[in-house]
Design a protein around this ligand. Structure first.
Ligand code: NDP
Length: 276
């Protein structure tokens, strides 16, 4: 029998998840159906209940429901607990297992696809929202020399830095600062703000990019964003957007559901928008 999965969100039309998972299913020979589910803003739990009652096996969760999914889950993985948000669920009987694969997807894209080791590097993360929360522990597990979180709202960056200190197993220094207090140059600069969605530029100085650094915008499908343009203007040669992160978090969910990990190269090629 065909197993059913879906991505739930509002809006949902833009989601690439059905294309990604259908491609994974094709290359791995798995018999699954993966659809988009538009839920009313106040109707997350009812929509998931109905999907489970109809035999649904698992779901990806996108905006604005990642917190609703956190509340809905019966069993939260540490990744979801740290992120305070859920992006994948697995239904087994009465149990709702919940994960957040965004951070591990980002690290896998950086280290495996982009050949950018994080160990011993200085890392700057712009933004202190859900994406940064999810990325922090997987990044820290790679033992960077230092992580600096810079955010428009300083208190959120400081709060995340504090949280990272409480939860990390190593002893990587993590600081939360405002944009005026970013000092020195970084080997990896991650734009985890939502500024690129509206073609805005966080007020970052060009001096933050070290020579040979990788500038990575977690937003995907927008071509050369203002952040990536700033990096290029600063002389950065290595630019990437979040398309690989998207594909890798999907591959993590697919493996969790189906017990086999698909190769992501073909999917990344299919959904990449050139950085021009
Ligand atoms: P949130 O809404 O949780 O956080 C947004 C963050 O962006 C906040 O820190 C906010 O600062 C900051 N911000 C927004 N606009 C500006 C601006 N103009 N200048 C400076 N800072 C700004 O969003 P998420 O963390 O969930 O997502 C962030 C981005 O990451 C989105 O573009 C999303 O698409 C992308 N993403 C990509 C994924 C992938 O698979 N590639 C997965 C998950 C997310 P403040 O706190 O001051 O308001």
């Amino acid at each position: 029998m065909t197993d059913r999965y879906a991505v739930i969100g509002n809006p949902i039309e833009q989601s690439k998840s059905p294309l990604i998972h259908t491609t994974f299913a094709h290359v791995t020979g798995q018999d699954i159906e993966y659809t988009k589910l538009l839920a009313p803003l106040e109707g997350f739990a009812q929509a998931v209940d109905a999907f489970r009652a109809a035999g649904g096996r698992g779901m990806n969760v996108t905006a604005p429901f990642k917190l609703d999914a956190f509340a809905y889950a019966t069993d939260l993985a540490p990744s979801a607990q740290m992120a305070g948000a859920v992006n994948a669920m697995k239904f087994v009987g009465d149990k709702v297992y919940a994960e957040n694969f965004d951070g591990v997807g980002l690290v896998r894209d950086l280290v495996h696809n982009l050949d950018c080791p994080i160990q011993g590097r200085r890392v700057l993360i712009l933004g202190a929202g859900g994406a940064t929360r999810g990325a922090l522990l997987p990044l820290l597990a790679q033992a960077p020399a230092e992580v600096v979180i810079v955010n428009r709202t300083l208190a959120k960056a400081q709060e995340l830095a504090e949280l990272a200190h409480q939860h990390q197993t190593g002893a990587v220094p993590v600081r939360g600062v405002g944009y005026a207090d970013v000092t020195g140059a970084f080997d990896l600069v991650l734009n985890a703000t939502s500024a690129s969605l509206t073609a805005e530029l966080p007020p970052l100085s060009e001096s933050a990019f070290a020579s040979g650094c990788l500038a990575y915008d977690l937003t995907y499908g927008k071509g050369l964003t203002p952040f990536l343009k700033l990096a290029r203007q600063a002389g950065v040669m290595r630019l990437a957007d979040g398309v690989g992160m998207l594909a890798e978090q999907a591959a993590e969910a697919f493996e969790w559901w189906r017990g086999m990990r698909p190769d992501t190269a073909a999917v990344i090629e299919k959904i990449t928008v050139p950085l021009v």
